[in-house]
Design a protein around this ligand. Sequence first.
Ligand SMILES: Cc1ncc(C[n+]2csc(CCOP(=O)(O)OP(=O)(O)O)c2C)c(N)n1
Ligand SMILES: [Mg+2]
Length: 362
Amino acid sequence: MIIQNFNPLEDEMVTILDKEGEVVREDILPDIEDDKLKHMYKTMLFTRIIDTKTLQYQRQGRMLTYAPNKGQEAAQIGSVAAIEKEDWLVPAFRELGAWLYKGVSLDQIYLYWYGNEEGSRFEKDVKVLPISVPIASQLNHAVGIAMATNIKKENDVTLAYVGDGGTSEGEFHEALNFAGVFNTPNVFIIQNNQWAISVSRNIQTKSETLAQKAIAYGIPGVQVDGNDVLAMYAVTKEAVERARRGEGPTLIEAVTYRLGPHTTSDDPTIYRTNEEVEEWALKDPLTRFQKYLLDKGILTQEEDEKLRDEYADQVTQTFKKIEKTGADTKLIDVFKYNYAEMPPNLKEQYEEQKRYYEGGEK
Ligand SMILES: Cc1ncc(C[n+]2csc(CCOP(=O)(O)OP(=O)(O)O)c2C)c(N)n1
Ligand SMILES: [Mg+2]
């Protein structure tokens, strides 16, 4: 039992792996097989490499925009690794690692950033919702899915993400209230990366922690070191098990940091200091986990270097492929995948666009 023993009102935070990669809480260390630990690390590394290279492509003028994840890999992969294939993943927009871990391909991720609708259409067995740009709106979808799970008497859990800024939106509160009232099998992860574009966490809310917001909705809330992949896994796993047993939703605040810009259109040097960024860089989730795996002999230095080369190559090849044809998309495709059955107002717009395209005016 971890969640009950960490009180968000006392500012208590779950940490298992310290920033040197040393285990500081053996008693709550999750039992994860070596293969799975390695898979988690590999996905974190792949995410980091995609991020680095994609920023370069954007700076070279080969992509319009991109939202980097650097620094948040543990918050994403530690949590998503605690759900199963049949469970749902409902992302916000900064969950690259979670997407990859759950089976979305890099091709699709690049298609999305190329504005291609195919980038948001996943295989039937990949239970992932597309990126949600309207902040926090995805949480009500997540609760709706979980309510449906209860009605259908199924056993799936819905894991949803939101940012620290998203907790100020009405939809965050509506979703948590419904989840509590209907005892839904949801796990909510707040990726508290300290910034909502240029608005700092300190002025986002007067609450001491974001996790404590759960108390008002009668559900458990817990603060976790979001740069500690093992702590994220252990806590999410417990929350997932609670949800699966029918004990209802949990709110997890992953305390992390966005090391890069908000998106490629942002210049963070205008609103935050280099000292702050440097301080958080010392808590880098990837190096922390790498040290742990090297110490345990689960990973070797040579293997790590080889992986870095392989991933860099894979990213280059995939990007080059999508760059050629990814933008070959028609505006009319935006109507394709939103609804199983198109509502009349959309149908009208669709017909109008279709005539426009068929008239060859584009
Ligand atoms: C409803 C709504 N309002 C404003 C925006 C513009 N916007 C995009 S990202 C963002 C900040 C989100 O901050 P946070 O929730 O902390 O997520 P982060 O970007 O840090 O991952 C804002 C205000 C939006 N997309 N949707
Ligand atoms: Mg944020």
